[in-house]
Design a protein around this ligand. Structure first.
Ligand code: G3H
Ligand code: ZN
Length: 288
């Protein structure tokens, strides 16, 4: 897989988005990761949202992994592991380096005893969606030498790197300008050095809005998972607005949300093909 294709990790917060994502994976015969943010769990409920995803994953004709995105709370991580999550992200990248290592190690030892993978983050990924609240200027790119020590000490399974991508779409025009430069300028040299320094798979967060060219370069440089949320949300939102403009009289939620779910599925299929994950499902043995 390394360098040839990558897996999309799509965020969900409800039934429609979960259906759109999984239908896209089935249409493209792609293995995927469906992930929840802490905000999504607060919105939908842990049992409710995990229940929807696990049910759809069980029925899906492709492998679907359930992952917890950006979580600072070890207690919540334990709950999610007991809910059947196959991997979790402990994100305490806001803490000093040694603190990040200490807490991450505790999560790894708990999770590994239960056969669950752990992702952690080194450096800060800019952006202010419900995953993070990192203000511009505070941005700390991942230091390759520190990454080697971090992975060795913590024994994590995947590393989220800060190399210039950005969470979400900023509303404020000033930040929009920074976004433009950041998304267009993934620091590929830094990525190359991190790849040389650590052996675990790398994860690129904030992959919405990163140019296709840079996504392909990042895959060649060893990024194995791309976290994508905003581009799917925008597709859903645009379709919903169009639908209601065209049919202001509809009031059946299925008719209101159906076209938006289809548009999200189309966007997810585009991303799957961009990552060359299409037709790769057969390489993954089903764990059902
Ligand atoms: O953890 C979530 C992702 O990093 C989402 O980032 O909305 O910019 O695609 P994105
Ligand atoms: Zn993220």
């Amino acid at each position: 897989m390394l360098g040839k294709y990558a897996l999309p990790a799509f965020n969900t917060q409800d039934l429609e988005v979960t259906l759109g994502i999984i239908r896209a994976a089935e249409a493209q015969k792609a293995p995927i990761i469906v992930q929840t943010s802490v905000g999504a769990l607060e919105y939908a409920g842990i049992e409710e949202l995990a229940g929807i995803i696990k049910t759809e994953a069980r029925k899906a004709k492709v492998p679907v992994a359930l992952h917890q995105d950006h979580c600072k709370d070890f207690g919540l991580i334990k709950k999610l592991i007991n809910q059947g999550y196959s991997s979790v992200m402990i994100d305490v990248s806001h803490l000093p380096f040694k603190e990040n290592i200490k807490l991450t190690k505790q999560v790894v030892s708990y999770a590994h005893k239960r056969g669950v993978w752990v992702q952690a983050e080194l450096g800060r990924i800019l952006g202010n969606e419900d995953w993070q609240d990192v203000k511009s200027g505070e941005d700390l790119m991942t230091d390759p030498a520190q990454a080697a020590e971090f992975v060795r000490e913590t024994r994590i399974d995947t590393l989220a790197v800060a190399v210039g991508s950005w969470h979400g779409i900023p509303i404020n025009p000033k930040v929009k300008k920074i976004l433009k430069t950041l998304k267009e300028h993934i620091d590929l040299d830094r990525l190359k050095q991190i790849r040389k320094a650590v052996k675990v798979p790398l994860v690129l967060h904030g992959a919405s809005g990163v140019s296709d060219k840079q996504i392909r370069q990042a895959i060649r440089l060893g990024v194995v998972i791309f976290n994508i949320d905003t581009d799917l949300r925008v597709a859903f939102n645009q379709a919903l607005i169009q639908n209601l403009k065209k049919h202001p009289q509809i009031y059946d939620p299925r008719k209101i949300l159906g076209p938006a779910t289809d548009a999200l599925q189309k966007e997810a299929e585009k991303k799957i093909k961009l990552l060359k994950a299409n037709k790769q499902a057969r390489k993954f043995k089903s764990t059902r």
